[in-house]
Every structure is written in structure tokens, then in C-alpha cells.
Design a protein around this ligand. Structure first.
Ligand SMILES: NC(=O)c1ccc[n+]([C@@H]2O[C@H](COP(=O)([O-])OP(=O)(O)OC[C@H]3O[C@@H](n4cnc5c(N)ncnc54)[C@H](OP(=O)(O)O)[C@@H]3O)[C@@H](O)[C@H]2O)c1
Length: 243
């Protein structure tokens, strides 16, 4: 409890209005839930909405219609100063990241791209118009392993490629939004290795951090980002990553 209070006091969101309105998509996940907790604990004046596969309305990237429907519903609760997409897949009961070319097959590639790339692309399409015109930040959780330049180990084909493609969509949308919504900030953000269901089979023991700690770091990075930084890829430690 004390550790959590200390983390909240380390949180600085002073570039946002005192009555911040935020939306977390993928709020049922380890990192998404921690974002909701951190924002709700930060100020009683904050209004925090959440969406996930079992919320009302729900959002499920395997059903494209749910993305537009959720955005239409949430429009009544906006405009939002902060929208965070914390959805993603690395493994499931049916798939594990591919180690070698001979592991590649369509079903897995399609599933991973649907959740890590196509869904977030449609989130950008339908939710960017819900951002506040004065201060509006949209964050797509990406992954450092999606950096093409940083790829030294290989493996994890579909996950890496789906995040690299997500990064391209973020960059492309940021260029368009600079023209049509000049105060919008759109970012790709790497959360670090965090203890969640997604990382559970892989994480290197003590290397993974608690989600509550990771989201405070990420919110402090987000707080500093202005339209000039839109379309970039950052880590939770505020380093800019190469594409
Ligand atoms: N944890 C790490 O170490 C780490 C490292 C680098 C990057 N990341 C990125 O951080 C983000 C959050 O990851 P996490 O660790 O919090 O993972 P997580 O705990 O597994 O959460 C994943 C979230 O994605 C949602 N999701 C899965 N399939 C979906 C679908 N078809 N439609 C809509 N939502 C779907 C899950 O919903 P359900 O609850 O319904 O399954 C859940 O809300 C991901 O983009 C991940 O790639 C994580």
C-alpha cells in the first residue's frame, strides 16, 4: 500500500487538465488494468472509461463492428484527453511465438496481426476523432521487439512483424493527424518487460517489473509529449526507439 502511494505521488500529469478524461482500451489486461488504477487513484476529478472484450459495450478485434460501435457509444463520454490502447497477444492456448521459419503458418499470422495490428488500426480510425481538440494524446502499446533496427535475436516472427506494422500505422496516422487535428499526439510506447499474462511464459524472472510501476513511468513519459513528438516510438524510460 505504502509503495503504491509513493508511486502515485511520483506521477505527474500536469500537462493535462485537472478534469482529465481518459479511456483505456484493453482494460482487462495486466497493463491496461494498471493504467485504470493509476489514473483513478491519481485524482478524484479524473474521469476514466474502460473498454475490453467483456465490457458494455465490448470491444473485440476479431469482430470489426464492435470497434466502431464502442467508439460511437464512448463519443457521449468524450472528448478524451488521453486514450490508451493496451491490447495485444503474444501467445494463447493455441499459439506460441514462432522460433523458426518452419513454424510459420497462416492461422497464427492472421490471429496475431488481427489483434496487434488490424484492431489497433481501426481503434486509431474510430477513436482519434474522440480526442480533445486542445490536448489529446493517443497511445498505442507496442514492443521494442517490433523495432526492425533493434532486432538482434530473431524469432517471434508474427509478434515482431505485427508490432513493426503497428508502428508504421502510428507514424502514418500521425502525419495525417498533424494536418487535420494539429494538437493531437499519437505515440507508440514500449512498456518494458512487465509481469502480466502476456509475458508470463517468457519473462526473465526478476527482469520483469510490476505493472503498477511500469504505468507510472509511462504516464510520466506521456505527460511530456507534445504535438512535435507525435508519430514517435518511445520506451517507458523516455528513450526514442529506432523503427
Ligand atoms: N507484458 C510485457 O512484458 C510487454 C512487453 C512489451 C510490450 N507489451 C505490450 O503491452 C500491451 C499490453 O500487454 P499486457 O502485458 O498487459 O498483456 P495482457 O495482460 O495479456 O493483456 C492483453 C489485453 O489484450 C486484450 N485482447 C486480447 N485479444 C483481444 C481481442 N481479440 N480483442 C480485443 N482485446 C483483446 C486482452 O483481453 P482479455 O482480457 O479479454 O483477454 C487484454 O485486455 C500489449 O500490446 C503488449 O504487446 C507488453
Amino acid at each position: 500500500m505504502e509503495a503504491r502511494l509513493a508511486m502515485i505521488s511520483a506521477l505527474n500529469l500536469d500537462s493535462f487538465p485537472a478534469q482529465l478524461r481518459a479511456l483505456v482500451i484493453g482494460a482487462s489486461g495486466g497493463i491496461g488494468a494498471a493504467f485504470v488504477r493509476a489514473l483513478r487513484n491519481a485524482s478524484t476529478q479524473y474521469h476514466v472509461e474502460e473498454l475490453h472484450r467483456h465490457s458494455v459495450p465490448l470491444i473485440d478485434f476479431s469482430d470489426e463492428q464492435t470497434i466502431q460501435r464502442a467508439a460511437q457509444h464512448l463519443a457521449a463520454h468524450g472528448p478524451f484527453h488521453l486514450i490508451i490502447n493496451a491490447t495485444g497477444i503474444l501467445h494463447s492456448n493455441d499459439l506460441m511465438p514462432e522460433k523458426k521459419l518452419s513454424d510459420l503458418q497462416y492461422d497464427q499470422l492472421k490471429t496475431v496481426f488481427e489483434i496487434n495490428t488490424f484492431g489497433p488500426a481501426l481503434v486509431m480510425r474510430h477513436f482519434a476523432p474522440l480526442l480533445d481538440s486542445q490536448r489529446g494524446v493517443m497511445v498505442m502499446l507496442s514492443a521494442k521487439v517490433g523495432s526492425i533496427e533493434d532486432n538482434r535475436l530473431g524469432g517471434w516472427y508474427s509478434y515482431r512483424a505485427s508490432k513493426a506494422a503497428l508502428n508504421m500505422l502510428v507514424k502514418t496516422a500521425a502525419i495525417e493527424l498533424k494536418r487535420s487535428q494539429k494538437n493531437t499526439v499519437l505515440l507508440a510506447l514500449h512498456p518494458g518487460t512487465v509481469q502480466t499474462g502476456l509475458s508470463q511464459p517468457f519473462r526473465g524472472g526478476s527482469a520483469a517489473r510490476q505493472a503498477d510501476e511500469a504505468v507510472v513511468d509511462m504516464l510520466n513519459v506521456i505527460n511530456q509529449k507534445m504535438p512535435e513528438q507525435s508519430g514517435n516510438f518511445y520506451t517507458y524510460g523516455d528513450e526514442q526507439l529506432p523503427w
